[in-house]
Write a protein that binds this ligand. Structure first.
Ligand SMILES: C[S@@+](CC[C@H](N)C(=O)[O-])C[C@H]1O[C@@H](n2cnc3c(N)ncnc32)[C@H](O)[C@@H]1O
Length: 256
């Protein structure tokens, strides 16, 4: 029987190329906002960490603004893709490191910035991971958390989490904005800014990226068809199964 960590590896390791070229991941207003925040806050000599770097899009966006960027992921093939692509882009600041958010392989107070994008909904022990983010930040350092957020309405949220898990068995939970807020505050990370954008997921490329088996795709479509009007409207459900989630960005500072 597999552990969750093994499931994550099994889901992501063969899919590095799909994430490198994914339109949802390679661009977005969240990346533009992240660049702006980092540019006005950090210095060119600062060290930064991208947790769950995947194919590296957050690391690529921020590396030119810092002195050192560590891209961390449990998947060796994601890390190999990041190394190759960073070399092609001339981003010598990027170094890769294998590891998990829940036990970061870094000393206390190593980074001025710790970021993560579209990864935290796979973390089984989110509280521990947020504690780790805080631990490796210097006093007064900044954290940047970007992820799809759960729906505030419980019925919509149940549909959303179910569809996500059917599509990708490494899905844990899209946390709501209020869940995040409580968790971050109790971890000693103070929210400086919160932004949110709609993110449309085109159905056929969304399931193709994860190679979701056909029988599970059929169950997702069945669930979508069974969804009541309130859920369809909240998720912006379209005839072909495409739908719209919210991407949230938290910009935070470590308080001592
Ligand atoms: C959707 S991809 C990341 C996308 C990428 N950050 C970007 O901006 O395009 C999710 C990544 O999270 C990684 N991941 C999953 N669980 C993790 C964990 N517990 N710790 C660190 N990374 C994790 C996966 O291996 C995968 O590469």
């Amino acid at each position: 029987m597999r552990t969750h960590e093994q499931t994550v590896q099994q889901q992501f390791d063969p899919r590095a190329e799909a994430y490198l070229t994914s339109a949802v991941h390679s661009a977005g207003p969240d990346l533009d906002c992240a660049r702006e925040l980092v540019e006005k806050t950090l210095g060119r000599g600062d060290a930064a960490l991208d947790i769950g770097c995947g194919a590296g899009h957050l690391a690529f966006a921020l590396a030119p603004l810092v002195g050192r960027m560590v891209a961390l992921d449990p998947s060796p093939s994601m890390l190999a893709t990041v190394s190759d692509s960073a070399a092609q882009r001339g981003l010598q600041q990027i170094e890769v490191r294998q590891g998990n958010a829940e036990s970061l392989p870094h000393a206390n107070e190593s980074f001025a910035l710790v970021g993560t994008r579209y990864s935290a909904h796979h973390w089984r022990r989110l509280e521990s991971a947020v504690g780790e983010m805080r631990r490796v930040l210097v006093p007064g350092g900044h954290a940047l958390i970007i992820d799809t957020v759960g729906a505030a309405d419980p019925l919509t949220d149940t549909y959303l989490q179910s569809i996500e898990l059917l599509r990708d068995v490494s899905h844990v939970r899209n946390r709501s904005r209020s869940d995040w807020h409580l968790l971050l505050r109790s971890a000693g990370l103070i929210e400086l800014e919160y932004r949110e954008w709609p993110t449309r997921l085109e159905f056929s490329s969304w399931v193709a990226r994860m190679r979701t088996p056909a029988d599970r795709v059929a169950v997702i479509r069945g669930l979508q068809e069974a969804a009541p009007r309130e859920v369809r409207e909240a998720l912006g459900l379209e005839a072909d199964g495409s739908f719209t989630l919210r991407t949230g960005l938290f910009w935070l500072r470590k308080v001592s």
